[in-house]
Design a protein around this ligand. Structure first.
Ligand SMILES: [Zn+2]
Length: 206
């Protein structure tokens, strides 16, 4: 397959000037004048197609903005190229950490930005941020899967360690809710202390 076959569409259309940093047959990374890096396809891909193999340069037990999580306490450095992949709530690629592969979420043209859903690998991120992906389903505050309701996460591909942590969280919440129900029976939220003041007793909400 030849590169940049899709010359008629608006490839790499940036709102600010970008400089190419790295290029392979499959992907290109760019850096903008304000220092933001991003990753783009360099050829078309079919939905589900493997875009590349993810490298593992090193392993550590804590997250940074350059690592990807592969287990409850396991974070890997995936190298400069893939670390340029920005987050989107409507991602164009998946990081499959079991197979260490990057795959396309849908048919992609050459020149489309490659983004992934950070909570698909990250449970509790080192550097949360506000998302501006402008997709209709944008979750806005991205801090890791830990902070996203299960009903929302169900709409996304999740890696095994994230799915397991969600299950664990929900089991704990169920237990906590059962406790709370017992506890709040008969406890009111405002009890007069006799001086006209009202003491507020926390009822363990949320
Ligand atoms: Zn978003």
């Amino acid at each position: 397959m030849s590169r940049n076959t899709n010359g008629s569409s608006s490839l790499y259309s940036f709102s600010i000037p970008m400089t190419a940093l790295h290029q392979s047959a499959n992907v290109i990374t760019f850096i903008s004048t304000d220092g933001n890096k991003s990753l783009f396809t360099n050829r078309p891909f079919k939905a589900g197609q493997v875009i590349d193999v993810l490298p593992c340069l090193s392993e550590q037990d804590y997250p940074t903005r350059y690592t990807v999580q592969t287990g409850p306490n396991q974070h890997i450095d995936i190298g400069e190229v893939w670390a340029c992949g920005n987050h989107s709530c409507a991602p164009t690629m998946l990081f499959d950490m079991r197979r260490m592969l990057v795959t396309a979420t849908r048919d992609l043209k050459a020149g489309e930005e490659l983004t992934f859903f950070y909570p698909s690998t990250e449970w509790d991120m080192a550097e949360p941020f506000v998302c501006h992906c402008h997709s209709p389903e944008c979750l806005q505050h991205i801090a890791g899967a830990r902070y996203i309701p299960t009903s929302v996460l169900e709409g996304y591909f999740l890696n095994d360690h994230i799915a397991a942590l969600v299950t664990e969280r929900d089991a704990q919440n169920d237990t906590a809710e059962a406790h709370e129900e017992q506890h709040t029976n008969g406890v009111s939220n405002g009890i007069s202390n006799g001086n006209g003041h009202v003491e507020h007793h926390q009822t363990n909400g949320k």
